[in-house]
Each structure stands twice: as C-alpha cells, then as structure tokens.
Design a protein around this ligand. Sequence first.
Ligand code: ZN
Ligand code: ZN
Ligand code: ZN
Ligand code: ZN
Length: 445
Amino acid sequence: MSQLQVLTEDVPQMEISASTQELAALIDDHLGPLRPTSPAWQVADSPISGRGIFAVRPIAKGEQLFREHTLLVGPTAHRGRNLRTCINCYHLPAGDTDAEALCSSGCGLPVCGECVESPRHALECQLFRKWQPKDVQHIDPRALRILSVVRCFFLNESQRKLLYAMQANADRYYMREVQRAAECFEHFPHDPDMLEYFYRTVCAFNTNAFESRCQVDGQEIVARALFPLAGMLNHQCTPNAAHHFEDGETIVVCATENIAAGSEITMSYTKLLWSTLARKMFLGMTKHFMCQCPRCQDPTENGTYLSALFCREQGCKGLVIPVQTKTLQPDWRCLSCENVFPHAKMARYQDFALNTINNRINTCSVRDMIHFINELCPRFCPPSNYVLIEAKLNVIWRMTRLGAEEYAPEELAHKDRYREEILAILHKLGAGECTLKKLITEEIQ
Ligand SMILES: [Zn+2]
Ligand SMILES: [Zn+2]
Ligand SMILES: [Zn+2]
Ligand SMILES: [Zn+2]
C-alpha cells in the first residue's frame, strides 16, 4: 500500500442533511448584509469534491467575489503564542500576568477591561463559570482553545443548520480536544447530545478552519475561524481566487485570474510556492485527498522546477526532478546525465537542504541570511528549489517589517532581486493577482 493511500483512506464524512439548494439559502442568511445584491457566483455540486462555488457570469481578474463574517471564531491557543489576548477584541489586556488578564468574575478567560462588560462576554462568562474552571490564576490553553467550539452553543437555528451542512471529516481522534478541555473544569457538561454537538463542531473546524491573521497592538493575532462560504472553495494548486483577512473575523475572497461563466472558483489550501511533493504530503495528511490538478501532473511544475535538486553523479551538476507525479515516492531523473535515483536518496537530500536552510532562518540576522543564500546555498541547492525560495521570502518579510532605513543599499538590492525572482515564478505558475503577489509588492499588509 502506498504512503498516500494510508494518508487518504478511512476518514468517513459526516452526514450532511441539507440539499445544495438549502445550503445556498443558509449561506445567504449567514452572509446577511454582506451578501452582494447580485453575486457573481453560486453554490453547486462540484466535480472536484462535494459542493463548490461557480461563476455565474464572466469574472475579471482582481474582482472582489465576497466578504464574509466568521460563523465561529476563537483563539488558536497554540503553545508559545501569547495567550494574554482579549477573546473578544484581540487587544492586550492591562498588566503582565495571566491573573491580571483573566476576567475578574472567575470564568477563566482572558478579556480586556472594555469587553468584560460586553453582552457577548456575559453569556460566555456565565457558561464557563457554571462549569467551574479548576485554575482561575492561569490561562489554560486547553480551556482557551475549546472556546471557538463552545461558541456553537450561541448559534441561532439557521446557523446551526449551516454548521451541520458543512463538510466534516469524522475522525474520533478529534474528540481528544473536547476531552482535554473537560479536564480543565469541575463540571464540564457530559450530556451526550451536547458532546455530540461539540464533536461535530470540532470536526467541522478540523476540516474547514482558516487561521485568520491580523495585527492588533503591534502583535500578530492568529485565530481559528470557520467561514462556511470561503470554506466551500475547492482546492487547486494554481487556483483562480485567493483570500486575505480584513480583520480577525472577516475574510475577503478575490479573483486572481479571469474566470469564465460556469467555471468553478478555486483557492489553494497549501502555500503556492511549495513543491509538488510537499503539497501532496500536506494535502494527504491534513485534508485527506490527492490533488489531480494540471500543475500536480507536470514534473517540471510549469517550468519552475520547485522540486529540483542537484544530481548525485560525480562531475554532473544537472538538475534532478521527480519523474512520476502520482506517487509520494517517485524515482528521480537527472535532466543532464539521465541517471535515475531512488526516492529515499533524494528525500534525504531534500531534508538536508530543508534543515540546513531552516536552521539558518531561525538563527541568522538578515545580513548573514543574505550572505548564506547568495554564497553558500548555490553549493548544495539549486536556486529554483522551493526551500531556497522560501528562505528568500523570509528575508523579504523580515526586511519589510523592520523598515528599509535599517539596511545598506546592496542589501535592499538583493531584496528587490529576490522579489523579482519570486514574481517571475508566480507568473510561470499562472498565479495571477494572488495574495502573495499583493503582499510582496506591498499592495496589502
Ligand atoms: Zn476586548
Ligand atoms: Zn468572564
Ligand atoms: Zn494540484
Ligand atoms: Zn546528472
């Protein structure tokens, strides 16, 4: 059995009760005032998977397709992230300690001075106090993470129906999240219907959630959020639409290419610049499917050679690329000497390049990173390899964030060169007006 079969098998789907037509009506309800008066799209059954969103008229590159407010949202509460962030407005509560950030009523949730009095917090506060958090001095990431799920409790009937109309992979392992949260409270509910509802919500999150990002008080806020409409966009590795976040709770989806009437509107669930193997691994592990799009079937990846490594044959410095496209363990072939190498050997080499470059990213200054990329990387990694491209992207991000005045003219010239190189790759991929392009040309923050 191939690795990919293992990754993609055995994840049953939860039953969806709503018809496609009912789903479309629930989406209209959910969009409320954000629903465009005559949308350029409609919800319909998709040949790619389940339901999808289709253009009902020609759509121009760059056109905004919709804005959507989240159905459910809450802190990701990843360890290592600042947990002292208000659960309502994402601002930093006063003080430096967990105890100062926590609600004074003892609900165990961090909340700022303004939101503590809000009606939105009052409901959650009451519920969490009823369950009795065991520790009211410290922010427990397990209790904080379950908040996004528990908020399903406050949905109205139409919103609940929408939640049940969303695709959800039924993996019993997901129940661990509810169990971990239950350990934080004296009286967590154990009513089976309620637990089933939480479980359904966790499954919907694990299948559809976005990590919404925004800047508040100078720190990057990452929330996990459900956007039922945006979540219906199916995946293609070179999609025709992309999303960004207006704030932590609103997503904006725009066309990145001209879209013909009747075509399916798609987005990418992976990073655009990952190699085909990296995308396949990620999609298999997290989304349980194998992409069959044209880019996935072209071993040159539209001539970008994002997977390419140097030939291992003495004296040959040719590029080696994976030859089959439907397996996770392909043979690799040198484009110069035509020697074939087993996947295991090339995978070890790719891991070496990845680890060497990522170690530098985590420890080096921008100046040293530029030197490393320009002088040392060419000895072991072709310039087209996606790991090296990601390193260049990292330099661009760090330099953009710190402001141009901190850098010497030749460093800024390197940054501009990296940017041109990445824009050329995006062009070859046919990525159009994608979010990454907007970000590196600083059209959006
Ligand atoms: Zn607040
Ligand atoms: Zn409270
Ligand atoms: Zn693909
Ligand atoms: Zn060779």
